[in-house]
Write a protein that binds this ligand. Structure first.
Ligand SMILES: *Cc1c(COP(=O)(O)O)cnc(C)c1O
Length: 318
């Protein structure tokens, strides 16, 4: 039984990442407020190091390694932002990183991960199991496996984004968060409960991949088939053993957004806030636009900005 993280762990994580992670800006827009009918505060983790909040959890987790773990190194499996986050945190802390990625991962993602100095081990996602490969590497080489969301130090690190938001703008009435496996939302809920106790906290999943909503409704972790959505950072198939009880206890509700709503949100971000946001990063705003309580103070977490420019252009033109 792993100890569930608490708000004290989020505070400790904030001390560890200080000076390494950016304290990202909070943007506002009168034009968007007028459209939505509420006062919105956008926490811009698309401007975080390596382009997403995942650097927070990765750096916090790796900072806590013992001497022997540091020497042997870390292993992670991911085709996306967690891989780059572990690679960058490893480079900063002098911890060798091995990342297990599918053969068909975008060349730009593999290049970015290798660019941070990590060793990429490729696998065939149709015939091989990445968790088994990660576990085998961990056992053979003494590497420490850091999963993308179901780990107390990862959750505590992700919570620092909401801690900063609440420190910077004060209490909120509602908060909308992109939701995949729940590391970001669990950490955010711990911070919100401590610093803004009456704040309603909403996780927002892709409509095609509502594994957390299904899990909360049925009171147990539900596994779904790999969802088809442009929100590639939230294609998780189930919440975690550690994240699920926190989400179950702390979230006001789980909402969903369609791919069309995500594209529309990408356009608003580019045209009005002048920022590039990846599809998954738009989940919170897509739901807040429809559901934000009228006239209230509403936080929207923009989780990442890693999208190839060609894909960005094709999506917003489409
Ligand atoms: C990983 C990721 C998410 C989902 O985070 P979880 O902790 O898995 O819920 C959302 N947005 C982006 C950009 C991500 O990289």
């Amino acid at each position: 039984m792993i100890d569930a993280p608490t708000f004290a762990d989020v505070r400790a994580a904030a001390d560890r990442i200080r000076g390494h992670a950016h304290r990202t800006p909070v943007l506002t827009s009168r034009r968007v407020d007028d459209e939505v009918g509420a006062q919105l505060f956008f926490k811009c983790e698309n401007l975080q190091r390596m382009g997403a909040f995942k650097f927070r959890g990765a750096f916090n987790a790796l900072s806590r390694f013992e001497e022997e773990q540091r020497r042997n190194g870390v292993v992670a499996y991911s085709s996306g932002n967690h891989a780059q986050a572990i690679a960058l945190a490893g480079r900063i802390l002098g911890i060798p990183a091995t990342i297990v990625m599918p053969h068909d991962a975008p060349a730009s993602k593999i290049a970015a991960t290798e660019g941070y100095g990590a060793t990429v081990v490729r696998y065939d996602r149709y015939t091989e199991d990445r968790e088994a490969i990660g576990a085998a590497l961990a056992a053979e080489r003494g590497l420490t496996l850091i999963p993308p969301y179901d780990h107390p130090d990862v959750i505590a690190g992700q919570g620092t984004a909401t801690l900063e938001l609440l420190e910077d703008v004060g209490e909120l009435d509602a908060l909308y968060l992109p939701l995949g496996g729940g590391g970001l939302s669990s950490g955010a809920a711990l911070a919100a409960r401590a610093l803004s106790p009456s704040c309603q906290v909403f996780g927002v999943e892709p409509e095609a991949g509502d594994d957390v909503r299904q899990s909360i409704r049925s009171g147990r972790i539900v596994h779904i088939p790999a969802p088809s959505t442009i929100a590639d950072g939230a294609q998780t198939q189930h919440p975690g053993e550690i994240t699920f009880p926190i989400l179950q206890r702390e979230l006001t509700d789980v909402l969903t957004a369609t791919d069309d709503e995500l594209v529309d949100a990408m356009r608003v971000f580019a045209a009005t806030l002048k920022i590039v946001v990846e599809p998954t990063g738009c989940l919170g705003f897509a739901a807040a636009r429809r559901a934000a309580p009228a006239g209230k103070r509403v936080g929207v977490l923009i989780s990442g900005g890693n999208v190839d420019l060609d894909r960005f252009a094709a999506l917003i033109a489409g």
